[in-house]
Design a protein around this ligand. Structure first.
Ligand code: ADP
Ligand code: 5GP
Length: 216
């Protein structure tokens, strides 16, 4: 007899100060389970080399972004590093209704707004801390993506982001990457098994009850 397979989707929110490893861990989680849908954010910032429109971000003009916010098309939105960022609502609602998990790479403001939304009870939020500030700076520099001015800006914003660590369900210090990845997968596996995420359990227990009554 097989166990009930139907389950509700989780909204998995990953946040961290820039450079702590969130993008790397997001990629590893998606490689581990390709049924997880990634929420492609909209942003008004310019694409970085290699970033693909519609896959890394939806790159929008400020006017287009504001119009989508005004139309209620964003589940959450925030101003980060001088640019607007937001999570389009439609794809998230469709995936959750379909029983799929959705992964968000958003800052603490986005995490709070999603938690306070109608979908808040299905949120799993995880925050990554760096082992030290020196290591955070080293990772930002070694990523080779930003100049000294942007790195200084990111370091300043990092403290603001870190100061919201206690608003998350889980906090992982990303020291050893493989160990953090293993912990992340364990958390997702366990959270998927919460009673509230398994609506099919009620029917399964009813079926067990009728089998029990038939036999007694
Ligand atoms: P974020 O998305 O949080 O800004 P990234 O995932 O881009 O961070 O990681 C920043 C840099 O640090 C990348 O070069 C990445 O390969 C490296 N990195 C991530 N996690 C670790 C780790 N645990 N140990 C060493 N380097 C790491
Ligand atoms: P980056 O420009 O480096 O890709 O992202 C900068 C910051 O914006 C990161 O902290 C990232 O998590 C955050 N961010 C990306 N997309 C969204 C979003 O849709 N909403 C919010 N609130 N933050 C976002």
């Amino acid at each position: 007899m097989s166990a009930p397979s139907s389950r509700r989707g989780l909204l998995i929110i990953l946040s961290s100060p820039s450079g702590a490893g969130k993008t790397t861990l997001t990629r590893r989680l998606r490689d581990w389970d390709d049924t997880i849908r990634f929420s492609v954010s909209a942003t008004t910032r310019a694409p970085r080399p290699g970033e693909v429109d519609g896959s890394d971000y939806h790159f929008l003009t400020e006017a287009a972004f504001k119009s989508q916010v005004a139309d209620g098309q964003m589940l959450e939105h925030a101003h980060v590093f001088g640019n607007f960022y937001g999570s389009p609502r439609g794809p998230v609602e469709a995936a959750i209704e379909d029983g799929r998990d959705v992964l968000f790479d958003v800052d603490w403001q986005g995490a709070q707004q999603i938690k306070n939304s109608a979908l808040g009870k299905h949120v799993l939020s995880i925050f990554f801390l760096p082992p030290s500030i020196a290591e955070l700076r080293r990772r930002l520099v070694s990523r080779g993506q930003d100049g000294p001015e942007t790195i200084a800006k990111r370091m300043l914003k990092s403290w603001d982001e870190i100061s919201h660590w206690d608003g998350y369900d889980y906090v992982l210090v990303n020291d050893d990457l493989d160990a953090t990845e293993a912990k992340l997968k364990s958390i997702v596996t366990a959270e998927r098994l919460r009673r509230s995420q398994q609506p099919g359990l009620t029917d399964h227990v009813r079926k067990l009850q009728s089998e029990f009554e038939e036999q007694s």
